[in-house]
Design a protein. Structure first.
Length: 342
């Protein structure tokens, strides 16, 4: 099923506006709240070919999509299209964080980010070689985790003191036990096979205070995909994120000892609740020296992640500067200690 949101004023296709949080008409400028948008202006059409082919209601063109696509644009007229049958039943997201950074603001933020690269080539820092910038909702699973730990350890406290000419070492032994219950809320894992997991992890954190109940109009004007991996398939990834935090917490609770030797450490992280969620990401494709570099921007906070090219000349100058600074410190120290004038 293809969905278009027709402007009540002029009939043009409306799209979600990140700056206002409303459906906006590019032709007449009308804006409508998503919650109160007239049902009579939502045009739905069922298509018999549910795999990859849809028909644009705006111009009649055939839209070819990949099976995972849930929102896109018509390649011919540019109208935003939401493929509703791929967002229903078990495929329906529960939550969404809408875009709060529009495309123009995203371009400005990315160019500012490129200027901060002290070791990047000068041409890269201009920020004017954006080949394409695509706003898309990436499917994530958010997990509420209940963590437990059962820990046993032998610990010592060692005290050394002197009486007269004798040095004494006193060692106290402790049998340490910890039973720990911890909860972690909304631990994310991206569920798209296409997206780079490392990039998506580095986009964190999102402000979950802005999570909203999913409504299809949020997708209008953006790309979106359904999940490739269900929550069970990704849970091991989430455990690998949470367990180190539990382990670090255990170590913080067993402090003040000279030595700690663990005799038992059982850590478990179980899923209490899971939420299928769409999170906003700007994908930036940057052309530099005949190579396309891919970056990602958090569509809510503006945080940019990716691996920019590095200038060998700048790296050499940077190391030379460090070496010069270290040499100066050595000279000053030698002058202060030995009285030698340099």
């Amino acid at each position: 099923m293809v969905i278009h949101y027709e402007c009540p004023n002029c009939g043009s296709d409306m799209a979600f506006d990140a700056e206002t949080g409303k459906l906006s008409c590019p032709s007449c400028g009308r804006q409508d709240d998503i919650e109160t948008f007239p049902e009579s202006n939502i045009e739905r059409k069922f298509d018999p070919d549910e795999a990859k082919e849809y028909h644009c209601e705006n111009c009649g063109a055939v839209i070819l999509t990949e099976a995972e696509t849930t929102a896109t644009h018509c390649s011919f007229c540019g109208a935003p299209v939401v493929l509703a049958d791929r967002l229903s039943g078990d495929l329906a997201p529960a939550l969404v964080i809408p875009f709060s950074i529009g495309k123009e603001e995203a371009v400005v933020a990315f160019r500012k980010w490129t200027k901060n690269g002290r070791l990047t080539p000068r041409g890269f820092m201009n920020g004017d070689r954006i080949k394409k910038m695509t706003g898309m909702y990436v499917p994530f699973w958010l997990y509420d985790i209940d963590g437990t730990a059962d820990v046993s350890a032998l610990a010592t406290k060692v005290r050394t003191y002197t009486r007269g000419d004798t040095i004494y070492t006193e060692t106290d032994f402790y049998d340490v036990r910890r039973e720990i219950d911890l909860s972690y809320l909304k631990v994310p894992a991206d569920a798209s096979e296409k997206m780079d997991d490392e990039l998506m992890d580095k986009l964190e954190p999102y402000d979950y205070g802005n999570l909203k109940e999913f409504k299809m109009p949020y997708l209008a004007g953006y790309l979106a995909e359904k999940y490739d991996y269900d929550d069970k398939a990704l849970f091991s990834r989430v455990q690998s994120k949470v367990v180190p935090y539990i382990d670090a917490y255990i170590h913080r609770t067993i402090s003040g000892y000279s030595t700690v030797s663990y005799t038992n450490k059982q850590i478990d992280a179980g899923s209490r609740s899971v939420y299928y969620t769409l999170l906003p990401v700007w994908m930036v494709y940057y052309d530099f020296e005949n190579t396309e570099h891919t970056f990602a921007m958090n569509g809510q906070t503006g945080k940019v992640v990716g691996k920019p090219p590095i200038s060998g000349g700048k790296v050499a100058l940077w190391f030379a500067g460090i070496a010069a600074s270290t040499f100066s410190v050595v000279k000053i120290a030698a002058w202060a200690v030995g009285g030698v004038l340099w």
